[in-house]
Design a protein around this ligand. Structure first.
Ligand code: 3HC
Ligand code: NAI
Length: 688
């Protein structure tokens, strides 16, 4: 009856199949025929039961996100679900793949839900800065209880079919042909006879709610929201489901949804959703990718160990190479310990740990890398050492193997030029801890072959990374911009701000931590070594490092850390050191506002981003946002530095950069021509 929806009959059971690739989103062209079909089937006396199923790889993955921000065309999802609830004969949602957001809300409109054993169900709207706007906050608690619904809706994390069954969300779980099972299920239920109670009228689970326990849990979740409005609204909506009559709670949910969908935070999070998917797209769709069956990792230190785990977790066998047996054993022991922590925390079973560890082969002999299809080097950050390693790889790696470096700053073109196969060389810049952090900067060198690049972009997705392709420059996208932020953070210290005052301005903005807490966590010695290699200085950080204050790992850095603790304690010695250094430079301390801190650190960040875009180091402004949100903790509710620049007002940023450039003469404030054009044109694309 439509290109996107068909109705078939299996005897007296009607099967409505939504077919809207790739993820069966509830676009207008699905909603319209769906509504019509439901009304017709409701009124058709020859139909005893209705199954709603989906074609393709998944059940409905939600509302069509591309329709947000535009006038909503009728019928809306809410009306469809309400219509479903007027049907007296049994309705059954047959869920395979994922039932997410509006998809699960559609299923909640049915009397019954059956699922494939591999299905996942959830309400992830919060990740888009929203709450479920199709009745999810009011119906889910009626099935699974208020506390479980609260956790699911505020976290946005989906649950598996078995858990959903145990929780009461799903009525039966099947393996094999789901539609056939669903039809049989529906027929059997219809035969037994009704009445069938719609979810809206089931409130026995809600009546069990301990409101005090609910409020305590909600308060706990609110603390973690870090300035985001959506998690708070989600909790409020679920509370309404407990305290208000169904229809009133539904109206309240709608009001919250309307407010959130128009908010900058939700716009920012939706921008990031599409930005992450866009970043992984390369021109030339038909490139044949190289086969990757085994991965080699050189260096089992901080990064090498984590990188090896990332591949093993993604199902790839790994050969891990070190210079000595002792270093290798140390590296493998750390990996073992990390998996044990996961087992203790319950995120990994003991069996899964054994399977993961079985993926590793240790070696100290380069010849053992001969069967690897991708080899990632993670040795010391030293060009001579890297070239020596690549020289050895050139001798042993099989033809066509991809040779990658995890360098943070070094010139990958120079590394590539040192081997006989520069087309196979690229950068895979993982972030620490590499088995946890989502971001992967994939560095395309001048001679990198398109198929090598396409292969690693695909591989990144397979191991659960968010990949961004960047070009070669000092520090690539992330660390290069970080340097622009870092130099001003230090200047602010000398002018009178304290580390904790600056960090506080950052956390108030929504960052998980400020620059000094982050430096202490990562280790101040890394930046120190890098500055020394480039003949640069940062007077405060350098002095701290000279005193052996490397941050958390030495118990002292910009802050003090009590034995084993991660909580930074302001250190009067550091504050005295800052004042002394300022006095030596003849700088009189002054009061510095939070506004100035943000302006002085984040405007140069945006400015550097504009330079990176102009040079073609990043292909899109949104790629830079993906790097900063996934690699450096830029607040998701602000959409990344380049998106935020649009909200902040590019003209204002240009004006303030000019002002600070006149006052300080520093290059970080020298306005990028692209930023100036963007201020005139209104968007990065139009400016570029
Ligand atoms: N609307 C529009 N487009 C969507 C979409 C949606 N809800 N979900 C996915 N897409 C698009 C993606 O942008 C991508 O497009 P592209 O190929 O042009 O880049 C394509 O579908 C495939 O998506 P993925 O690359 O993400 O495919 P995966 O197989 O890796 O993942 C998925 C599938 C798990 C369903 C994942 O796409 C996903 O999480 N989607 C979003 C789910 C979601 O947030 N749903 C809630 C929406 S809000 C809502 O329902 C409001 C309601 O309460 C009123
Ligand atoms: P690390 O010092 O923890 O580990 C380096 C390891 O390489 C050591 O175990 C060492 O024994 C081994 N090694 C040295 N020379 C070798 C050789 N010739 N053959 C085999 N193994 C050798 O260093 P880390 O921090 O893991 O850094 C590694 C690389 O990753 C560097 O290029 C660094 O810039 C980069 N990087 C580091 C990040 C971090 O946060 N630590 C983040 C992203 C990249």
């Amino acid at each position: 009856m439509s290109d996107f929806l068909r109705v078939n009959r299996d005897g007296d059971v009607a099967i409505v199949t939504i077919d809207n690739p790739p993820v069966n989103a509830l676009s207008f062209h699905v909603r319209e025929p769906l509504m019509q079909a439901l009304v017709e089937l409701r009124d058709d006396a020859s139909v005893a039961a209705i199954v709603i199923a989906c074609a393709g790889r998944t059940f409905v993955a939600g509302a069509d996100i591309t329709e947000f921000g535009k006038p909503m065309q009728q019928p809306e999802l809410r009306a469809i679900v309400a219509t479903l609830e007027t049907i007296a004969k049994p309705t059954v949602a047959a869920i395979h793949g994922t039932a997410l957001g509006g998809g699960l809300e559609l299923a909640l409109g049915c009397h019954f839900r059956v699922a494939d054993a591999g299905a996942r169900l959830g309400l992830p709207e919060v990740k888009l800065g929203l709450l479920p706007g199709g009745g999810g906050t009011v119906r889910l608690p009626r099935l699974v209880g208020a506390l479980k619904a609260l956790k699911m809706i505020v976290s946005g994390a989906p649950i598996g079919a078995t858990e959903a069954h145990a929780a009461g969300l799903v009525d039966a779980v099947f393996e094999g042909d789901l539609t056939t099972h669903a039809v049989n299920f529906a027929r059997e239920i219809a035969r037994k006879g009704g009445p069938f109670t719609p979810v809206r009228d089931r409130d026995d689970r809600l009546r069990e709610t301990d409101l005090a326990a609910f409020d305590a849990e909600a308060a706990d979740l609110a603390k973690k929201a870090r300035g985001l409005e959506a998690p708070i609204a989600c909790a409020q909506a679920v509370r309404n489901a407990i305290t208000l009559p169904f229809d009133e709670a539904l109206v309240a949910e709608r009001a919250l949804f309307v407010k959130l969908v128009a908010s900058d935070q939700s716009r920012a999070q939706r921008h990031l959703f599409f930005a992450e998917r866009e970043a992984a797209k390369l021109p030339g769709k038909d490139i044949v990718k190289r086969r990757i069956a085994r991965v080699g990792v050189i260096g089992a230190g901080t990064m090498g160990g984590g990188i090896a785990m990332a591949f093993a977790n993604g199902g790839y066998p790994v050969t891990l190479l070190e210079t000595s047996h002792e270093a290798l054993q140390r590296g493998l022991a750390t990996i073992d310990k990390n998996y044990s922590v996961s087992v203790t925390r319950g995120s990994l079973t003991a069996d899964a740990k054994r399977e993961r560890l079985a993926q590793f082969e240790g070696s100290t002999d380069y010849a053992d890398l001969a069967d690897c299809d991708l080899i990632v080097e993670a040795v010391f950050e030293d060009m001579a050492v890297k070239k020596e390693v690549f020289g050895k790889l050139d001798a042993v790696a099989r033809p066509g193997a991809i040779l990658a470096t995890n360098t943070s700053y070094l010139d990958i073109n120079e590394i590539a030029a040192s081997v006989s196969r520069p087309q196979d060389v690229l950068g895979l810049h993982f972030f620490s801890p590499a088995n946890v952090m989502k971001l992967l900067e994939i560095v395309r060198a001048d001679k990198t072959a398109p198929d090598a690049l396409a292969t690693v972009v695909d591989l990144a997705r397979r191991i659960g990374k968010v990949a961004v392709v960047v070009g070669v420059c000092h520090g690539f996208v992330g660390n290069r911009m970080l340097a622009a932020r870092g130099s001003e953070s230090e200047a602010l210290l000398l002018e009178g701000a304290t580390p904790s005052q600056i960090d506080q301005a950052f956390t108030d903005f929504g960052w998980p931590m400020g620059p000094f807490q982050m430096g202490d966590l990562a280790g101040l010695d890394i930046g120190w070594r890098n500055r020394k290699a480039r003949g640069q200085t940062a007077v405060i950080a350098d002095t701290l490092c000279e005193q052996g204050r490397f941050g958390q790992k030495t118990g002292r850095g910009f802050y003090l850390y009590e034995a084993g603790a991660r909580t930074p304690v302001p250190d009067p010695e550091v504050e005295a050191l800052i004042r002394d250094k300022a006095a030596e430079k003849g700088i009189a301390p002054r009061a510095i506002s939070a506004e100035e801190i943000i302006e002085r650190t984040l405007y140069p960040l945006v400015n550097e981003g504009a330079k990176i875009l102009e040079e073609g180091i990043a292909a899109r402004a949104s790629d830079i946002d993906v790097v900063w949100v996934n690699g450096y903790g830029f607040p998701i509710g602000r959409g990344g530095p380049m998106f935020w620049a649009g909200l902040e007002g590019p003209a204002k940023i240009v004006e303030r950069l000019d002002y600070w450039h006149q006052r300080t003469g520093r290059d970080v404030f020298l306005v990028a021509p692209l930023l100036k054009r963007m201020a005139g044109a209104g968007s990065w694309e139009a400016g570029g």
